[in-house]
Write a protein that binds this ligand. Structure first.
Ligand SMILES: [Zn+2]
Length: 75
């Protein structure tokens, strides 16, 4: 019954991940390394990162799923 154990482990991991995404819904934006800025080549000028719109954070995939399962009203 090794497959059953694997399923149980996967379910436990998913549950922990879902809980973590509920408590810590954001991760640092990978495009701007969590700065929220996109530097110009000179390094002095910058604009808001287009991916995170200058917030420097992104919603984690698990959080998206969390919101999706709860529907639009819970947002
Ligand atoms: Zn960004």
């Amino acid at each position: 019954m090794r497959s059953l154990l694997l399923v149980a482990l996967a379910a436990a991991w998913l549950g922990g991940y879902a809980l973590a995404c509920a408590v810590w819904p954001f991760a640092a934006c990978g495009r701007c390394d969590g700065t929220g800025k996109r530097r110009s080549p000179s390094g002095k000028a910058f604009r808001a990162c287009p991916r995170c719109k200058g917030t420097a954070r992104r919603l984690r995939t698990g959080r998206r799923f969390w919101l999706w399962t709860r529907g639009r009203a819970a947002r």
